[in-house]
Write a protein that binds this ligand. Structure first.
Ligand SMILES: Nc1ncnc2c1ncn2[C@@H]1O[C@H](COP(=O)(O)OP(=O)(O)OP(=O)(O)O)[C@@H](O)[C@H]1O
Ligand SMILES: [Mg+2]
Length: 465
């Protein structure tokens, strides 16, 4: 390896023009640049004489950038590798960071980012080569399909954090406004981690009554309290080897906080009413939309627990601060809605898209999802127009499991009240009911018309046929 004063950077990219540009951009009297268009030849050269830094395109031949990264890091767990590409898919960003990439950069940002990132990486390589080697875990590559969308630089950073957090077992504190995606991020950390084959249990600390939370978490012995008719295992025991997600952790009662702290410190806990010390290997993820620092200074959240949970902090910015994500998220949700309804995928008219992009989304991604869901019911054609998009009302919610709302009509009325003046009441409800029943009967017009008590012609009108 080159000495710390002179550095070698290897560039691997099929695009000769890019290589020429990067060579010129990065070359200094102290930095030697090596270029390779063939990733297999690059790998041979890297294994023979490791450079200080490797910058590889994700899409290279014959080995893809991800395979190159994997092979390089298997051989040298400290190797510094940066992957680049046009628009890296979420899963690739997470996977690359998990495999230990130093960074993942977008090609379009390279004129600004490449030089400073390379400088930092080379500095870091000095530090790493003077500290003892670690043995990273190479984890299974299997994970669920793309479920987190985000093109904005802020979300790309979140994906990188997910990747880094998936490598180890440290607690992660996920913060962000309501509906910003804390739960999906927690799910991704679990899915990309070595624990993905084990349980991922979510416990909503705000939704469980204070007196039951402890027994929910740690279980109870028979007779521990009135109603405890038998022994019950708690969530900690249930997800031994897995991940426990403490959602709304800011609402956890102070006594329970002390018990959680004990588990985090020693891995030990006792069932309610029991004396035995039990042990479980559980990774803790926690989320809150509260300001925990403030709760600590108010005395409602234990400072020692805060520091234990806050080992890795992952903040998800509100949607209004990453408007580039609105359009891709909208496309993602419209596809999901079409799949659920087994219907056509609605397109967004340009001015409808502008309407979405310029709105402030106080309820964040959840509000966007619900709005599109409502819009898909209101739409009379396969394209969404601005008039079909009722903004500012989060009343008609649908669950994250993707089910149609149980009490749809009541919720629809609430929508109408809050978006008063936009829609005349009765035709809207008729159309709404027709579409719901039509979808529930998987498109059976006869049953739909008969359940509604209308003719098939009238149904066709309502469905906009
Ligand atoms: N980046 C994303 N890509 C795709 N879907 C997302 C994304 N962020 C959020 N969602 C979706 O938005 C909804 C709300 O997300 P989630 O439940 O994770 O938010 P939250 O921050 O936990 O909200 P709350 O604070 O209210 O619990 C979910 O249906 C989720 O699937
Ligand atoms: Mg949540």
């Amino acid at each position: 390896m080159a000495s710390s004063s002179s550095k070698t950077v290897m560039l691997v990219d099929p695009d000769e023009d890019f290589l020429k540009w990067a060579d010129k951009h990065l070359r200094t009297p102290d930095t030697e640049i090596l270029c390779q268009t063939d990733s297999s030849k690059a790998l041979d050269a890297i294994l023979k004489d490791p450079p200080d830094l490797i910058i590889a395109e994700l899409y290279t031949d014959p080995l893809g950038g991800m395979d190159l990264l994997r092979k390089i890091r298997l051989n040298d767990p400290n190797a510094m590798v940066i992957l680049t590409t046009g628009f890296p898919p979420t899963s690739s960003v997470i996977e690359a960071m998990k495999l230990g990439a130093y960074d993942v950069l977008r090609k379009e940002a390279l004129p600004y980012d490449l030089r400073p990132v390379v400088d930092d990486a080379l500095k870091a390589s000095d530090v790493i080569s003077s500290t003892p080697a670690q043995n990273p875990q190479y984890l299974s590559q299997e994970h669920s399909g793309e479920t987190i969308i985000g093109n904005s630089p802020a979300m790309q950073e979140v994906f990188k954090m997910i990747g880094r957090a998936s490598r180890g077992d440290a607690p992660v504190l996920i913060t962000g406004e309501s509906g910003s995606g804390k739960e999906v991020v927690a799910g991704a950390i679990h899915n990309f981690s070595r624990r993905s084959g084990s349980e991922h249990v979510t416990i909503n600390c705000a939704a469980i009554p204070e007196n039951l939370l402890e027994s929910e978490l740690f279980g109870h012995e028979k007779g521990a309290f009135t109603g405890a008719t038998g022994l019950r295992k708690g969530r900690f025991e249930q997800c031994d080897g897995g991940t426990l997600f403490l959602d709304e952790v800011g609402d956890m009662p102070i006594q329970t906080q002390g018990k959680i702290l004990r588990v985090l410190q020693s891995g030990e806990f006792s069932r309610v009413g029991g004396n035995d010390s039990l042990h479980a290997d559980v990774r803790i993820l926690a989320a809150t939309n509260k300001d925990l620092e403030k709760a600590v200074s108010n005395g409602t959240f234990r400072e020692d627990l805060f520091y234990r949970l806050n080992v890795v902090r992952l903040h998800i910015p509100p949607l209004r601060q990453r408007r580039e994500d609105i359009r891709p998220l909208a496309d993602f949700f419209l596809k999901r809605i079409a799949d659920q309804k087994r219907g056509p995928r609605l397109r967004l008219a340009d001015d409808a898209s502008t309407r979405l992009e310029s709105y402030n989304w106080p309820g964040n991604v959840r509000e966007l999802e619900n709005t599109l869901y409502r819009a898909s019911i209101l739409a009379t054609a396969d394209v969404l127009l601005p008039k079909d998009i009722p903004l500012g009302s989060a009343a008609l919610t649908h669950t994250t499991t993707g089910n149609w709302p149980e009490n749809g009509i009541e919720q629809a009325l609430e929508v109408l009240i809050t978006s008063a003046g936009e829609q005349p009441l009765l035709p809207w409800i008729e159309t709404y009911a027709a579409k719901i029943i039509f979808a529930k009967t998987k498109g059976d017009k006869n049953i739909t018309a008969s359940r509604l008590g209308i003719t098939s012609q009238r149904l066709s009108q309502l469905l906009g046929d």
